[in-house]
Design a protein around this ligand. Structure first.
Ligand code: ATP
Ligand code: MG
Length: 257
């Protein structure tokens, strides 16, 4: 049994006098420990899919199962990280990272220490008493990552978490996030517009088509790239061929709009 299983998932958004078919007939599975990326043109339903997997919204038809159980509402099994860090500006970094634990009623001496350890591992040792506006964008995303990991979710949903960062910070964070996820043996689904990032971080890349969103093609990243850190993948001789292949497919979708 797959860890995450989507079967024939449709999601249509209805408003008073119109409707939008955001995704249609989506089926795929993700194994425990796997890293999967979703890419595709703007509006093809990537965020909708993450919201469905997180349980924030429910499918119009079809099923989403985590560990064999139908997802009906958000669960502590799943952590969600967005493009903007959504740290609370009036709370210190320490209080921000404890927030998830607090809302789940899991704030203990041990979980607090664990969260602070994670923050130290992210190179933010002396930032506990700072406020978010005293930190750079890359630092804030690391805090958001710590906040998500501190509640120990099994499945991580990452919606363009690096897209607001400068290129150098983004490359560094890709490696850090990749290593942290592998270290903690998490399963992850990443939404990104960056083909290179998808190839560098994932075991599989799912390319979605638009209107309505459906799976166009799945790329399985070969072992020679899969087990390397993102920065090394980007420098590997076969990286460019993979980039070109995914790029061509994505271009054909963008042009068929
Ligand atoms: N709450 C909602 N109500 C109505 N329509 C919605 C809602 N959320 C998403 N949609 C529509 O569903 C489609 C898919 O949107 P979604 O945000 O999932 O795309 P996306 O692939 O994440 O796009 P982007 O790459 O720009 O972030 C779009 O047509 C969007 O307008
Ligand atoms: Mg989106």
């Amino acid at each position: 049994m797959a860890f995450l299983q989507l079967d024939n998932v449709d999601k249509t958004f209805f408003s008073k006098d119109t409707f939008t078919e955001a995704v249609k007939d989506i089926s795929f599975s993700v194994q425990q420990g796997e890293f999967v990326s979703l890419i595709g043109p703007s509006g093809c339903g990537k965020t909708t899919l993450l919201s469905l997997i997180s349980g924030l919204i429910l499918p119009t038809s079809g099923t989403v199962k985590l560990d064999g159980k139908n997802i009906k509402k958000p669960t502590p099994e799943t952590g969600y990280m967005l493009q903007q860090d959504y740290l609370f500006p009036w709370l210190t970094i320490e209080d921000n990272i404890f927030l998830g634990l607090k809302t789940m009623d899991k704030l203990t001496k041990e979980t607090k220490e664990n969260a602070i350890d994670l923050l130290n591992q992210m190179g933010l040792k002396n930032k506990l008493k700072d406020y978010p506006n005293q930190l750079s964008g890359g630092m804030r995303q690391r805090v958001a990552l710590v906040r998500m990991l501190s509640t120990d979710p099994k499945l991580l949903l990452l919606d363009e978490p690096f897209s607001a960062l400068d290129f150098q910070t983004k490359l560094k964070l890709e490696d850090l996030v990749y290593l942290t996820i592998k270290d903690h043996e998490k399963t992850a689904i990443l939404v990104t517009h960056d083909i290179g990032e998808a190839i560098a971080m994932s075991d599989r890349v799912i390319l979605l088509d638009h209107s309505p969103g459906k799976i166009h093609k799945v790329f399985t990243i070969p072992d020679e790239l899969k087990y390397k850190q993102p920065f090394e993948v980007r420098n590997h001789p076969s990286y460019n061929n993979w980039f070109q292949e995914v790029w061509k497919e994505l271009e054909s979708l963008e042009n068929s709009k």
